[in-house]
Design a protein around this ligand. Sequence first.
Ligand code: IMP
Ligand code: MG
Length: 185
Amino acid sequence: MNPTDAAWLKRFPELEILITSDTLQARVRALGEQITHDYRDHPPLLVGVLKGSLVFLADLMRAIPLPVAYDFVAISSYGAETHSTGQVRLLKDLDSPIRDRHVLVVEDIYDTGLTLSYLLGQLRQREPASLRVCTLLSKPARRQAEIELAYCGFEIPDRFVVGYGLDYAERYRNLPFIAVLHGQS
Ligand code: IMP
Ligand code: MG
């Protein structure tokens, strides 16, 4: 663990680190290289899913030296709970049409899959030139809807995680690492 992560942990003793900031950064750089290679002839529109993907998207796009653009959608799902209600709704739509564009959805975590399958269904109707998904984390244990992942940072066990954009009741999004809360599932 690097000294920065250690200093954060002192202030948040309820956390246990699952993925250190160094490991995250190295993986994000590798994903960026892969995406740069795959999209070299047709730079993508990166579509971040608010709010969780913000930190990942910010780091990822700076690891993609191509003329990319980015936009956001917001989708309701969990509220302040740690388990999905299964209710999905589009709260904020894209600013621009995506017809004939190469769209890469950037998500924080693929858990049950309900959010991503709903979003992909919505976006597919708009006839983008291509539509793929890059997720930082995947939690296969609780899958309800299967989607195809073009890029995945890490597969993680069935634990509720926070940090690097992911929250528990809006807290912990600013942690530079991924952690689990002591006493949480
Ligand atoms: P899904 O629809 O169940 O795949 O969940 C997708 C959304 O639920 C993610 O974008 C997260 O915002 C949230 N989520 C799922 N698992 C976790 C977790 O372990 N920690 C924090 N948020 C989570
Ligand atoms: Mg999210």
